[in-house]
Design a protein around this ligand. Sequence first.
Ligand SMILES: Nc1ncnc2c1ncn2[C@@H]1O[C@H](COP(=O)(O)OP(=O)(O)OP(=O)(O)O)[C@@H](O)[C@H]1O
Length: 344
Amino acid sequence: MSAVYILENVEQILGGRCVLSLDSLMVESGKAYALQGPNGSGKTTLLHLLAFLRAPVLGEVVFQGERVRWDARSLTALRRRVVLVEQHPVMFTDTVMKNVCYGLRKRRVPGSRQQSMAKECLDLVGMADQEHRSAHLLSGGEIQRVAIARALACQPDVLLLDEPISSVDMENAGRIECLLEDLRKKGRMTLIFSTHKPLEALRLADERIFLSGGRRVAAGGENMVSGTLYGEKGRTLFRTANGMEIGVSAQHVASGQVRLVIRPEKIRLFTLEEAIDKGMENVFEGRILQMHEENGQISLVMDMGMPLFVRTSRQWLMRAGVLPGDRIRAAWGPEAMDLLPPSS
Ligand SMILES: Nc1ncnc2c1ncn2[C@@H]1O[C@H](COP(=O)(O)OP(=O)(O)OP(=O)(O)O)[C@@H](O)[C@H]1O
């Protein structure tokens, strides 16, 4: 597979502050990527850079083998190959059809062809029968679907989406998920979308990119849960809002509201028949919800009363012979946990 983007030593400064700093990032053609990270971690900033909407202050971007020069002429050509669907897309006060044709008109596609291309794309997002409706009267989820149709009509090489599912109802979210899944399977365009939902990222992406404070980090935020710390019989316990209790060992003496992170790579998995290793303060049984191969490892989600993300080896999976739906046990010691202050 060829690289569609290569970023090197890229920095973005906004409001006098460095909000994005990436040593290197390679995006392969035809794959689906999820951008994850807490609020303000730089996901939108990175999407704007990849959409050629804002040049980085430092560093180099290579797109489809050519260094991006950021001058007006080359940007016009690049923006024809990459389309961004913003988190809250703007609709023109016109019909759905006219909105979908917008990009095609700008690209000077002949009028007759515009209609048929737009119809095809409205069909893909399940809005073919809505072409005459006024776009500004659509619901948030419908707007998101029309915006995706408008982007697809331009037949971009790269489709960027800023939190496409976060603010839409379940029905629209389901339709958008199916569409992204379909596009990913076809592999004709590169997909990059930001999300706050780890399950969605795992389900829809070939690779996940985690950002924190504008930097790429190994992983994070997957098993981050808010709750209360309290002491009981010489132990310190963490209680989640839905009443789950997790032992966090006596070395954590603080009490009150905190966030707990359980590191996916430090969790050990056991079949129900296996003996649990010594020193495991927490042992939970649950059902496997999802499994997914990622960068040579297995990412697994288990339902233990909350989704628990675990990174394990292929060898463990082969040996255990378990499948989604099977019950297993997850166990971890104090080294797998970090306590953070509550989010502001
Ligand atoms: N135009 C701007 N001027 C100054 N600071 C900005 C500007 N745009 C974004 N920022 C800051 O840059 C940082 C990264 O913002 P960005 O929107 O990329 O984060 P994000 O990961 O997409 O967040 P969210 O999940 O909340 O959408 C934030 O601290 C934000 O306040």
